[in-house]
Design a protein around this ligand. Structure first.
Ligand code: 5CA
Length: 161
């Protein structure tokens, strides 16, 4: 693991501040290599791909509202199943919508610290791991979190994806 976080990029600084507000103090690590995808993040963090938290934004087909799905890096979302759990059909928004909804660019979307509170759902498989790694604002910043903290602090509703 390479730690180059001196100073943190401003997007990662916003995540650090949000974490502190939630009573968390994860160490945000700036990796020398990309952590844009779950596979890259797992290699950089030297963890299982299942421990990587994908922060996926969907758009409600009727409400237009954004939903955040925190998904294990080993899983793909079955959109029909997720829609049933959420109670609304889901659309895959474009990158501009995702940035507007969260304040962050795809590849670095954190699980908390967004510009607006997002209704959040969490893949139950993440709770099989004591510790998980999530993006921390940029495509090469990550942070380690206890999976229980992730669920408790985001208020995520557990679903099976
Ligand atoms: N940093 C890593 C691991 S923590 C990360 O952010 N992974 S991720 O899965 O949460 O973010 C990438 C996801 O963004 C992809 O799986 C895909 O669902 C979505 N995505 C990628 N490109 C686009 C795009 N052009 N428009 C909408 N969504 C996209």
């Amino acid at each position: 693991m390479t730690d180059l976080d001196n100073p943190l990029p401003s997007s990662a600084g916003r995540v650090a501040a949000a974490a502190r507000k939630l009573g968390l103090s994860p160490h945000i690590v700036t990796m020398a290599s990309s952590t844009r995808t779950a596979e890259e993040a797992a290699a950089a963090c030297r963890c299982e791909v299942g421990q990587i938290v994908k922060s996926l934004v969907f758009r409600g087909a009727s409400s237009g509202m954004p939903y955040l799905l925190l998904v294990s890096g080993k899983n793909r979302v079955d959109e029909q199943k997720a829609a049933q759990a959420i109670g609304e059909a889901l659309l895959r928004p474009d990158a501009a919508y995702v940035r507007a909804a969260t304040g962050f660019a795809i590849g670095g979307i954190p699980p908390f610290g967004h510009d607006q509170p997002l209704k959040t759902f969490m893949d139950a498989d993440l709770l099989d791991y004591a510790d998980v790694w999530a993006a921390a604002g940029t495509p090469n910043c990550v942070m380690q979190l206890a999976s229980r903290d992730l669920q408790a602090k985001t208020g995520a509703i557990q679903i099976s994806v």
